[in-house]
Design a protein. Structure first.
Ligand code: PLP
Length: 434
């Protein structure tokens, strides 16, 4: 489900009208639905109930403290990719013993920090990293829990920038190498070989790549478990969401498109994988990000100008690629709807931001209702990989964020004050003003 819907002509998030939220908090504005976050987490958690499992929310998809608190309160762990994310999770009240630490480039300081706070496991991406973690654990007189990330070499058939499970990319260790690596790792001091991890890509809308990867890797996990005594197998994240007809599918839920086409649901995911995973007798970890946050957020933006060139009708809005980079970065689609519903004919429109880059667009040749200066639009399904990829490009403030629960709304990140953008900068001492 998601909680963005029209009540009469007004687009609401749960019980709050978006026009009153922008009146109160300004524009552009990220709006998150707490009920949607809770619903998505709980659906997956319930579907996996037959397994001993832990969902570690991939916080790189949305790391606002209020989002982390929402999920932490439901028992979620966290998949982190930097010392900063671990600290942020702790700041939101997370238990480090439910945090895993992934990423190909962990520094010495980050490894020491993760050991100090007592994370559940390092997801290790190379043999050099295993050696480094072992050395640091020896220095600190600690035992480091590790899992190696296997690259199962299964094509997830998703966008090139979010495919991770084939030998074309930098992630993990080749399937054929894994057993040798574990044998060598078992000889390194102060490591506890706690499990095996994989993650094949993002925005997967079919269960088939998951089935293929799990079928391929389970016998390997079983052999390694007998040898090394594992606690868990992590099957990663990557469950895709519906971007296109998010609003039309409405209460029917994010997993059914307007045409009634069935895509990946948590139940289908669980029903397919549970029979393959249960015989292992291990705890199963999952690292979903987008599935939990994607449809739980929208970016609201104001129409500043309309501009017609010979060929095109441009709608110039006050949000830009620094607020939401996905269209520029991945050619991704976000459904765009007016927050006050309009009737009448549609106009083929390019929705663009004010930044001096031709990549600064949200939609091209999109049929949209006729809008005017001062109207507001909502870019739906912007809860994942949205504000977290925000930047200060063009000296634009990081966007404000609001969390909604029922008819309550709370500012959960204030709009960045402009002078804070250059607060840490200075001129060199020899640069007296002339
Ligand atoms: C990004 C990432 C995830 C989350 O991916 P989603 O597509 O958002 O579910 C999980 N695990 C790892 C290792 C990742 O890099």
């Amino acid at each position: 489900m998601h909680s963005f819907h029209y009540v009469g002509r007004q687009l609401h998030c749960e019980g709050c009208a978006l026009d009153s939220l922008v009146a109160q908090f300004g524009s552009p504005l990220y709006v998150y639905s707490q009920s949607t976050l809770e619903d998505h987490f709980s659906k997956l958690d319930r579907a996996l109930a037959p397994l001993d499992h832990l969902i570690c929310f991939a916080m790189k998809s949305n790391s606002n403290l209020a989002v982390l608190r929402t999920l932490g309160n439901l028992g979620s762990g966290f998949d982190t990719v930097s010392a900063g994310e671990i600290q942020r999770a702790i700041a939101a009240g997370a238990d480090p013993a439910k945090c895993v630490f992934a990423g190909v480039g962990k520094t010495r300081d980050e490894i020491a920090y993760a050991l100090e706070v007592g994370i559940y496991c390092f997801n290790v991406e190379s043999e050099a990293e295993l050696k480094r973690i072992s050395e640091i654990a020896v220095e600190r007189k600690q035992i480091a829990p590790v899992a190696v990330r296997v690259n199962p070499n299964v094509d997830a058939h998703t966008h090139a920038k979010i495919t991770t499970g084939t030998y074309e990319n930098k992630f993990g260790i080749a399937f054929e190498e894994i057993e040798k690596i574990y044998t060598r790792a078992a000889k390194l001091p102060n490591l506890r070989l706690r499990g095996l991890q994989m993650h094949i890509g993002s925005q997967l809308t079919s269960v088939e790549p998951f089935r293929q990867a799990v079928e391929k890797v389970v016998p390997l996990v079983d052999r390694l478990n007998r040898k090394h005594g594992f606690d868990f197998f992590s099957i990663g994240g990557g469950i895709g969401i519906v971007y296109k007809p998010a609003l039309e599918s409405g209460a029917a839920g994010w997993w059914e498109t307007a045409e009634g086409r069935k895509v990946l649901t948590p139940q289908l995911f669980a029903d397919t994988l549970i029979p393959l995973l249960r015989p292992l007798g291990l705890k199963i970890l999952l690292e979903p990000g987008r599935y939990i946050t994607g449809n739980a957020g929208a970016l609201v933006t104001r129409v500043e100008y309309l501009k017609k060139t010979g060929k095109k009708h441009f709608v110039i809005v006050d949000a830009a690629m620094n607020d939401l980079i996905r269209p520029a970065f991945y050619d991704s689609y976000h459904e765009i709807v007016p927050i006050a519903k309009k009737g009448g004919a549609t106009v083929s429109s390019d929705v663009v931001g004010p930044i001096c880059e031709s990549g600064d667009y949200f939609a091209k040749d999109r049929p949209l209702p006729k809008v005017g200066e001062g109207d507001y639009l909502a870019l739906l399904s912007a809860g994942a990989y949205g504000s977290v990829m925000g930047s200060n490009y063009n000296t634009r403030s990081l966007t404000a964020e609001v969390l909604v629960k029922g008819d309550k709304a709370s500012l959960v990140r204030r709009r960045q004050v402009l002078s804070d953008i250059w607060r840490d900068e200075s001129v060199a001492p020899w640069q007296a003003k002339k």
